[in-house]
Unconditional design. Structure first.
Length: 580
């Protein structure tokens, strides 16, 4: 008697029953850790009776904690898969080896560089490097290159046209198909730009790979994604793991050193349970054009407003249509740049915050799979935790100032505080452990001394960056609730330093918040003030940190000594060499 054949994902690569088991395991693991923390905190705060501030701390913690708990669980699972499972990649991304042994791509792929008021010379230089790298693979005839401009500044638009004319002349000689189109308006933002391409030229291509102005992908990685897409016609989106390119900015170097390690284990763990309902980050990903054009039309919001953060809702719509959305959790030749200074980083973060908050309006879309719907909730929660953490800090300082807290077990609160601080750092710590356990891992980062220096500097810096971004998001969300929004300006790309006045004004709320909370703690609970320094000091030292890490001189000092360097700087791949 034949057993019942389990239902499979659309590609037939994985059992849906197995994926459900994984998701149930992760749900139970997270729930166990989350509620254990919550009950622990409730028992500590409730000693001697409840008050409004104590109840507020517990409620705020309940809102803020899930992001860090899932981060810990994802990183722990990813670490286990990387080092203690026989073949972690096979069970996480069963499509990953389908590119091996395949010949030249049969399909046509459109490479889409989307621009809006960016430096044309910089963007075209990256495009040229990718064209050259693809040509070196021998498969250049299967690719067309599109520059899709939404530039509104006439001066920059003229520069784009000049740059394109130069590239077009050379491309014609090399047999490369290069196209340029500039829209008069920015309707629909980047998503509208790509939608315009799909409607006008999309039918000519099987795949497209959207690129941001700072994107860079080598030819082998591009071909690998295309081969995987060809091998599995029901993969609708295949997202590469994007890593930070080497930078001259001290801030970008520090940030991406930690991001690099946090992402590797985290993404491996998240991919293990997300499976066919994976993430889409909007760039450096293979997208199957026909189902995208047919099924991923973005709905309009109230007042006929366009969606800003389009990527994750497009992933949810693609999966609803019966196509898988997959992530390749491997470091490969897929790069991006990070903001070169703290103020630019915060600005980018707030743009994402504004876009992700729009997902509230989309949670009720019919037909979305539960895991896809959860991905939208998770994108929202990434920013909803900020005001909750700010409330925990503010309520903690006011509680010790305005009520008797002698009944609260101090040792227990310290243990909770240290435990949760560890949870917040867990993805990076697991990532650092990954490097230590990987043969030759330390050498890839310039040796043990430079690696541990980078890890220490990054952890300290992350406390400052986290403090600044959390309060900035809190202030921004309050304004958003009152109807205040921000535009979508071009991102800062080059490290040119910050001016003291501008930086001090921008970060003055953070400085005042840190001083007030620290002063209250110091006056009424000196020991609490000392223990809270890793958090409160981040607000107070934000201005000198921002100025120092944006200074070109300090960036040069870091670069000369290869501090906080990534492996691509220690041993540069060919595609990155012109940009170092």
């Amino acid at each position: 008697m034949h057993g019942r054949i389990p239902s499979m994902t659309p590609t037939g690569l994985q059992s849906l029953t197995e994926l459900r088991r994984r998701r149930l395991f992760v749900l139970c693991l997270n729930g166990l850790v989350y509620f254990a923390l919550l009950f622990w905190l409730a028992a500590s705060l409730g000693a001697g009776g409840w008050s409004f501030p104590r109840a507020g701390i517990l409620a705020a913690f309940a809102i803020a904690a899930p992001w860090s708990v899932l981060g810990l669980c994802n990183a722990a699972i990813g670490f286990w898969l990387l080092h203690f499972h026989g073949d972690g990649l096979a069970v996480t991304a069963p499509f990953a080896r389908s590119a091996e042994g395949r010949g030249w791509p049969r399909s046509r792929t459109a490479m889409l560089l989307t621009l809006r008021n960016e430096d044309p010379a910089r963007a075209f230089a990256r495009l040229g490097a990718m064209m050259e790298s693809v040509a070196a693979t021998g498969a250049a005839d299967r690719f067309d290159w599109f520059v899709l401009s939404d530039t509104s500044d006439p001066r920059i638009a003229a520069q784009e046209e000049t740059e394109f004319a130069c590239w077009k002349s050379q491309a014609r000689q090399d047999g490369v198909r290069l196209h340029y189109r500039r829209r008069i308006d920015n309707a629909g933002y980047k998503a509208g730009n790509i939608r315009d391409f799909c409607e006008n030229r999309g039918a000519e291509f099987e795949f497209m790979i959207p690129l941001d102005a700072d994107s860079l992908m080598d030819g082998e990685t591009i071909l690998r994604l295309v081969r995987m897409g060809e091998a599995h016609p029901r993969i609708g989106i295949l997202q590469s793991l994007v890593v930070g390119a080497p930078s001259r900015s001290a801030f970008a170097r520090i940030f991406q050193f930690g991001m690099r390690h946090g992402m590797r284990t985290y993404t491996m763990g998240a991919t293990w349970w997300a499976g066919d309902c994976g993430p889409f980050w909007g760039h450096n990903a293979l997208v199957r054009v026909a189902p995208f054009a047919r099924h991923c039309v973005l709905p309009r919001l109230e007042g006929d407003r366009h969606i800003l953060s389009h990527d994750q809702i497009e992933a949810a719509l693609m999966r609803r249509a019966g196509f898988e959305v997959r992530a390749l959790p491997l470091e490969c030749g897929s790069y991006e740049e990070n903001p070169p200074e703290l103020l630019g980083f915060v600005m980018r973060d707030l743009r994402w915050c504004q876009g992700n908050m729009q997902y509230f309006k989309l949670l009720g879309l019919p037909g979305l799979l539960p895991t896809s719907r959860f991905q939208l909730v998770w994108a929202i929660s990434m920013f909803m935790g900020a005001p909750a953490w700010t409330a925990v800090i503010a309520l903690g300082a006011s509680t010790v100032a305005f009520e008797d807290v002698s009944s609260i077990p101090a040792a227990s609160l310290k243990a909770i505080y240290l435990t949760f601080l560890g949870f917040s750092l867990a993805p990076k710590i697991f990532g650092f452990g990954d490097v230590l356990l990987t043969p030759g891992g330390l050498a890839r980062y310039g040796g043990a001394g430079k690696f541990f220096f980078g890890a220490t500097v990054e952890i300290v810096s992350s406390l400052i960056i986290g403090a600044v971004t959390s309060l900035s998001e809190t202030i921004f969300l309050l304004g958003l609730a009152l109807g205040h929004t921000m535009g979508w300006p071009a991102q800062t790309r080059d490290a040119k330093g910050l001016k003291f006045r501008e930086t001090a004004i921008s970060l003055s709320p953070h400085f005042l918040f840190g001083c007030i909370t620290l002063a209250l703690s110091a006056c009424f609970a000196p020991r609490l003030a000392i223990w809270s320094l890793p958090v409160t000091a981040g607000y107070i030292f934000a201005v000198p940190f921002a100025l120092a890490t944006a200074a070109p001189r300090i960036g040069k000092w870091f670069r000369r000594r290869a501090l906080c360097a990534t492996p691509e700087e220690i041993l540069p791949p060919k595609i990155l060499a012109p940009f170092l």
